[in-house]
Design a protein around this ligand. Structure first.
Ligand code: SF4
Ligand code: SF4
Length: 451
């Protein structure tokens, strides 16, 4: 059989910021947590309903809650033990379910699939298998990033195996030893879609020289942001018919495959722990829903961010990692508001706009505090957001239309292509929450479409 030559995808815009405290590539096995937590309120577009109450005994793979919009979509327990807490928030919205982990754990068993049988399994049967073993919620549908309906057949699927920033688990660590699961996951996605499954690696990836190279259909060139499955989809899709394609990363595909080959809800997960405010650093093999305290000793002046360093969620030391969150970063808490600090030149401040002398030292690894450097300011039309947007949007123009409540014009300007990468917010000298504003506007469109 002729070797497939990967297509080239060149992403011209983006930005790779070098920050201090990147995780090392070593993989350590984390100790078993005493408790695990699942966070229904952090999962977009679902209406969670608890299926357990405090004191219930659960196995690994027991359903903990479901989505009332589609009760077939269930979320399973990542541990066996006893339900310790069911936390309700405002209007009795389900916030968190905590399971106290038993010394000896049992798991719910499902049918095991042979690797060679997956590609010929009828679609309906495969959908049911992925739903029952709790991995359906790992799928994401463009353009809104929602968990797709089991009734929808996607026009295509886009998988990116590389991480979109240096603080997320790196592909060589995530893929190591998981090749069979990855291949099984890709085979399953091939059954689920009516089109093709495209798999990308960055052109510089060492994996292109390994036995896995035969699954790679595209090679990406560009800054690390280009590795995002959503950015890959934007640049590789062939027509508007693919606007509702599914997008996934390496970990998600591995877990799909593992659930089929092993006949269990897959709870193993590689995460990174990093940042200058922690002595823990590196990749950790842990489980879904791991507690923050398992990895980070309390540091008085730290802000813990779960997920991407650019777009992650602030999490407390007593919190848990969410379903999509594979990184924990400890950043210095920025306590002082530095009014108009972006116009005060100096070597110690990170600068995108070259307003600081620091722009002359591009190789320095910066320490990123969480301060916003001053109060809200108006857009000064500097164009920095345009320069970095990896999907070629004009974020400042979309922002204006969103603020003017002109949904039609925002969509005409490509708002739905936004991948929520957060780069526009990051580089904005006026510290406008561009990405959040656009994401909220997109979510509003989705809710209107659904109602
Ligand atoms: S958040 Fe959206 S608009 Fe902003 S840079 Fe990323 S893709 Fe572009
Ligand atoms: S980076 Fe900020 S100030 Fe500059 S154009 Fe974009 S929104 Fe306006």
């Amino acid at each position: 059989m002729a070797t497939m030559v990967p297509k080239k995808v060149i992403v011209k815009k983006g930005y790779s910021l070098t920050l201090s405290g990147e995780p090392s590539a070593t993989l350590q096995k984390a100790s078993n947590p005493e408790t695990v937590g699942v966070l229904p309120s952090e999962i977009p577009f679902i209406k969670p309903k608890a299926l357990v109450k405090e004191g219930d005994a659960v196995h690994i793979g027991t359903p903990l809650f479901l989505d009332k919009h589609d009760p077939r979509v269930q979320f399973l327990s990542p541990a066996a033990g006893v339900v310790d807490r069911v936390v309700l928030g405002e209007r009795r919205r389900l916030e968190e379910i905590v399971v106290r982990v038993a010394a000896e754990e049992k798991a719910v068993s499902f049918q095991k699939y042979e690797a060679t049988a997956i590609a010929t399994t009828p679609r309906e049967q495969l959908v049911a298998a992925l739903l029952e073993r709790g991995v359906w919620p790992l799928l994401r549908e463009r353009p809104f990033g929602r968990i797709p309906s089991p009734d929808v057949v996607p026009p295509s699927v886009y998988v990116s195996l590389d991480a979109e920033d240096a603080f997320l688990p790196q592909s060589q660590v995530v893929l190591d030893g998981n090749e069979a699961y990855l291949r099984a996951g890709i085979a399953a996605l091939g059954v689920l879609t009516s089109g093709s499954v495209s798999v990308a690696l960055h052109a510089s990836s060492a994996i292109l020289k390994t036995s896995l190279k035969d699954v790679v259909t595209h090679q990406i060139s560009g800054d690390t942001t280009a590795n995002s499955p959503e950015v890959f989809h934007y640049h590789a899709k062939q027509s508007a018919a693919e606007n509702t394609a599914w997008t996934l990363g390496a970990s998600e595909v591995i877990r799909l495959g593992e659930s089929l080959l092993e006949g269990q809800y897959p709870v193993r997960q590689v995460i990174t722990v990093s940042g200058i405010m922690t002595s823990s650093n590196g990749h950790f093999l842990t489980r879904v829903g791991a507690p923050v305290a398992l990895f980070l000793k309390e540091a008085s002046a730290a802000r813990y961010v779960a997920g991407s360093v650019m777009t992650g969620r602030k999490v407390s030391h007593s919190g848990y990692l969410g379903l999509d969150e594979a990184a924990l970063v400890a950043l210095p808490e920025g306590r002082e508001q530095q009014f108009l600090s972006f116009v005060q030149p100096g070597f110690d401040k990170y600068s995108f706009s070259k307003a600081f002398l620091s722009a002359l030292l591009p190789k320095k690894a910066w320490t990123l505090p969480t301060t916003v450097n001053g109060s809200h300011r108006a857009c000064i039309e500097c164009g920095a957001c345009v320069e970095v947007c990896p999907v070629d949007l004009l974020p400042q123009l979309i922002l204006k239309q969103v603020e003017a409540n002109d949904q039609e014009e925002s969509i005409a300007l490509g708002m739905l292509d936004c991948t929520a990468c957060g780069l526009c917010t990051y580089v904005c000298p006026s510290k406008i929450e561009v990405a959040d504003t656009i994401t909220e506007a997109k979510n509003k469109v989705f809710k209107e479409l659904r109602s």
